[in-house]
Design a protein around this ligand. Structure first.
Ligand code: GDP
Ligand code: MG
Length: 313
């Protein structure tokens, strides 16, 4: 297990691989450790999903490690979750692990998607008090993410999410017009289906309390980019308070996400699926499962991670 926290630059260390099945062991280790060490802030686990990010992730790991070592009083750890990368993302992450004790990674060979990667990473929730995630592209700078973390100091807030679409947001470099249009259209569908009143479900920066993640983890099934809606709606349905915070954000070139009719249909399909999972008809939808598999396969999208099971609503 990689070490927590105040990792120092230049420290020489072995490979830092977090095993997916080690979450409970790690949690045990953390509590034993907590008994001996006095910490002045909650421990924080930051997940970074990464797919073919060799060109972007190196400076992001450096910036986050440096910033949190200097400005965050609690134990801090970054876990990069890679899957199916065809470039040298792993090599770049390993180089960062050599420099920063707080950096480690999980790797999955299958094409599990961004949502699937985060569902795996969130299994590590027992390791920390707060668990968050950001994109590997650096669109959210460390200071903006730390601002989200500080919102959890209010005990009434269970989940703080960055928003580019509410007053007070500072956008240094906007998304291309086509992407903004797609994003706003997606927002209309999300509002029509779920009525959460959240203006920006898709900003890549979010942080939550451990108990909220633990409560809703088995409701996280969407492996594609609609994962964020799954997370937020499950939080709301479980009675957790989500706070939307105006954020500082900058679009970065080199996005790994291709926006075309197939991805749009995939997102729509996932919204419909989530709506049905939370509908009274859900118990009768088992026979539609092969159709669902066929649709996701046709759209070349990651399959929802597990067969849905009956939820208490
Ligand atoms: N592990 C994993 N991460 C992914 C996958 N697809 C996208 N990501 C990551 O998800 C984040 C969002 O992607 P990004 O290219 O920033 O998308 P954009 O911000 O919507 O343009 C980035 O950190 C990507 O590397 C995937 O299939 N697997
Ligand atoms: Mg991004």
């Amino acid at each position: 297990m990689a070490a927590w926290g105040s990792a120092s630059k230049g420290a020489v260390r072995g490979p830092a691989v977090v095993r997916p099945d080690s979450a409970s062991t790690a949690a045990g280790g953390l509590s034993t450790h907590s008994a001996r060490v006095t910490v002045s802030a909650p421990s924080l686990l930051l997940l970074i999903p990464a797919y073919n990010e060799e060109a972007r992730i190196g400076p992001v790991l450096e910036a986050y490690s440096e910033h949190f070592i200097r400005h965050y009083a609690g134990r801090f750890r970054i876990v990069v979750i890679l899957n199916g990368c065809r470039d040298n993302t792993l090599g770049v992450v390993r180089a960062a692990e050599q420099r920063y004790l707080c950096v480690s990674h999980l790797e999955f060979p299958a094409a599990i998607g961004k949502g699937g990667a985060l569902i795996e990473g969130l299994k590590l929730a027992p390791m920390a008090d707060y668990i968050g995630y950001v994109d590997a592209d650096g669109a959210t700078a460390p200071a903006a993410f730390l601002d989200l973390v500080r919102r959890l100091e209010d005990p009434a807030v269970d989940c703080a999410i960055g928003s580019r679409w509410i007053p007070g947001a500072v956008i240094h470099h906007s998304q291309p017009g086509k992407r903004q249009f797609a994003s706003r259209l997606f927002h209309l569908f999300v509002e029509a289906f779920f009525g959460m009143g959240i203006r920006d479900t898709q900003c890549g920066a979010k942080v939550m309390r451990r108990r909220a993640i633990e409560r809703i983890h088995d409701r996280l099934t969407l492996a594609d980019l609609a994962f964020d809606v799954n997370l937020l709606y499950s939080m709301r349905k479980a009675g957790f308070r989500v706070l939307e915070v105006p954020t500082e954000w900058s679009d970065k070139s080199g996005s790994t996400v291709v926006f075309n009719s197939r991805t749009s249909l995939n997102m729509l399909l996932s919204l419909v699926r989530l709506r049905l999972v939370y509908s009274p008809f859900y118990a009768w939808l088992g026979p539609l499962r092969p159709l669902e598999v066929w649709l996701y396969t046709r759209l070349r999208a990651p399959q929802p991670v597990r067969p849905p099971r009956k939820l208490d609503r």
